[in-house]
Ligand binder design. Sequence first.
Ligand code: ADP
Length: 490
Amino acid sequence: MAGKYVLALDQGTTSSRSILFNHDGAIVTAASQEFPQVYPRPGWVEHDPLAIWETQIATAAAVLERASAGPEDIAAIGITNQRETTVVWDRATGQPVHNAIVWQCRRTTDTCERLKAAGLEDEFRKRTGLVVDAYFSGTKVKWILDHVAGARERAERGELCFGTIDSWLLYNLAGVHATDYANASRTLMFNIHERAWDPLLLEKLDVPAAMLPEARPSSGVFGVTKALGGEIPVAALIGDQQSALFGQAGFNANDCKNTYGTGCFLLMNTGAKPVVSESGLLTTIAWGIGDEVTYALEGSVFVAGAVVQWLRDELKIIDSAAESEAVAAQVPDANGVHLVPAFVGLGAPYWDMRARGTITGLTRGANRAHIVRAALESIAFQSADLVHTMEKDTAAHIPRLKVDGGACANNLLMQFQADLLGIPVVRGKTIETTALGAAFLAGLAVGFWSGLDELAAIWRLDRAFEPAWDPARREAALAGWADAVRRTKS
Ligand code: ADP
């Protein structure tokens, strides 16, 4: 086994980060660089792909230097990335033909409406596990081909490459045009059952097959890079949320992780079988290792940590996100107050995009602490709605919830989450689970780690929050929330 470290490249929406992990899965050193967000019109979001590449490789070089490590010390590189963001570039020169269209960008909403009006939603859903939405890559590629002069003809001749950010970085690192199943499963063009690009969907989106990357298992040597000096294998690609599930050692069916950031991303491992949701959750490939593919159900909370930012920046009733915990702890409960932060509508399982936020249950006795507490509780209630939806869709019981993301530092929120769900909420020592997942998959590919058992043993507990409520109290709390949501619907 060559090398002491695995290097994870974590290419996110606002920054490019590189993290060096040792054999114990501990962070040796990390570096991060932000890059500009481009907003050409309201609702449109772009990134300069060259800025992404330059900041990513600069942070990688920085961590090697800080660790006094050379390329010979790096056993492998694993890449994890913001998902769905779409790049089209010239195969010969490597020059992008347009800025990257970012996952948040809404410019293709009309295209999605047309696909739905043509009755194609079911077809897309059956094949890709996704809903037809501007979020995913397919309509973004189409937009570039429709708007850059000559692009579609060039793509048909094989002169242009499409890729999500994993592919773009891999191409720059190693000159290879490939992606992994997890990233491919977010494009609206990939058949998650056959693990192949879907000819019918490509035809409906008018995207030539000749521009698509080769889709491979997430763990495996994709190519060799000399961009950091000597030769290093690039041995894993995986989208960020799937990577976090892997970094949480969520290897087995019914393993579940929730990331508490601006929004929440909840992923449940469903094993070798793709589960179709009855409630509008997404079915996605979690990862591929060798011949085996693991599937996941995915749900998201649109407004989670963002409600804490709202308390801080708009209501100005807390000074920092962290202060929310101390303020909420001044009261034993929310005193019947519910805050439903439907600022942009309600997602799964309600799907009411016209709903808008409410505060209910106010009395003369309601104070600042009750409102702050209700806001924190809303994060846990929305997450519980997703957990219960996943349990219904899979007819399985989720035995514990592993957590990460900025707001998982809030102990009051985590305890409330455990009480509400009636299962332990488990926080690991490594908060960099996204980067760790890519490192794990890359290390597995080159024999740096021996297998999943060794990785599971590396995962270290910080704190487990044990549920303290009896079932009657849980049910009463959930009924109170359901009532507040009912009042919030449009
Ligand atoms: P993202 O990756 O989405 O930017 P992070 O994982 O960095 O998010 O988490 C930041 C979010 O978590 C912010 O919305 C912030 O309000 C919230 N947050 C951070 N710390 C706390 C805390 N101690 N209690 C509650 N919310 C918090």
